[in-house]
Design a protein around this ligand. Structure first.
Ligand SMILES: [Zn+2]
Length: 308
């Protein structure tokens, strides 16, 4: 078996398998880990090969890109794709997000996708990471300066800010990524405040598949004092909710992340003790360097084939 990171992650075991490819290929199955646009193939509307994802991811893809070209793979259920046996595990990153355990010829590779061991209010479960021979781990925040505060505290900070704004007669605006973070913000506002949550049309559209399951309460037409959740706001005093806000000095920037932070990534690696670690996305070089310092066989996965 061999692996490289070119058109997404490509695994070759006689036949090929693509993980989060940029483009699908004829006669090659593609697995999509979650519905963020940088993980969904550009040709998802008319793919050349089979595309598989969890039910949640398929529903979100349908909302964003139109109909049903995605086949559903259920969590914890094995399926065979040519020489590969594949299992999906919850990744805790956004609704529907999955990591994939891939077995070919007795060797196992686990691809985390974007992953959050702590989970959130609008995911099926915190991440579950199985043991594998080879771990392909995301490293978006694979640098030790990224250590996030307790998400419970960040959620209550957001709720407090919203309550203060509303009691001062303002209608606060929160900007959050369209898929995942907006729904997480709606859920936390529902849970920690009594303020009416108003969302943009776009956010409403994408939130629909999660609405019933997570009991999300929101409207698109405000009746009184409210908080607006949108993925694009021009307002000056808007709040922003993203892991990248970690070093911001603005009081209205809240570092609520859907990814593992540095310690979270380290615990994923240490907890599963793979023979070999391949890092992808973000600080892939740095994270591999740190792991190597601790005696772990790690390298960033690049465009050249790596024999497994
Ligand atoms: Zn993502």
């Amino acid at each position: 078996m061999r692996i490289r990171f070119r058109n997404g992650i490509e695994i070759d075991c006689g036949d090929r398998l693509l993980l989060d490819p940029v483009r699908t290929l004829r006669d090659v199955p593609s697995l999509v880990s979650h519905a963020h646009s940088d993980h969904v193939p550009k040709d998802i509307g008319h793919p050349s090969g089979r595309v598989l994802a969890t039910e949640g991811t398929a529903a979100l893809i349908e909302r964003r890109y139109g109909d049903g070209t995605v086949e559903v793979i259920h969590y914890n259920e094995g399926i065979e794709l040519g020489p590969f046996e594949v299992y999906a595990f919850p990744a805790g990153h956004i609704y529907g997000s999955a990591g994939f355990l891939i077995n070919c010829g007795g060797k196992t590779v686990f691809y985390t996708g974007d992953v959050n061991p702590l989970g959130g209010l609008t995911v099926e479960s915190p991440a579950r990471i199985p043991s594998s021979d080879v771990l392909v781990v995301e490293s978006t925040y694979g640098h030790p300066r990224y250590r996030f505060p307790d998400p419970y505290k960040v959620r209550t900070d957001i709720a407090k800010w919203v309550a203060e704004e509303v009691s001062s007669g303002r209608s606060p605006v929160i900007e959050a990524y369209l898929v995942g973070k907006s729904q997480e913000v709606i859920a936390l506002l529902n849970k920690y405040t009594n303020v009416e949550v108003v969302v943009s049309e776009r956010v409403a559209e994408v939130s629909e598949p999660l609405k019933e399951r997570f009991g999300l309460q929101y409207t698109t037409s405000p009746e009184g004092p409210h908080v607006l959740v949108t993925h694009r706001a021009r307002t000056n005093g808007k709040a922003r909710v993203t892991g990248w806000a970690l070093f911001s000095k603005r009081r209205e920037d809240f570092p609520l992340s859907a990814h593992a932070d540095f310690d979270g990534l380290v615990s994923i690696v240490m907890g599963t003790n793979p023979e070999r670690v391949l890092t992808v996305y973000g600080f892939s070089e740095e994270f591999a360097r740190w792991l190597k310092k601790w005696g772990i066989d790690a390298q960033p996965l690049g465009g050249e084939w790596v024999e497994l």
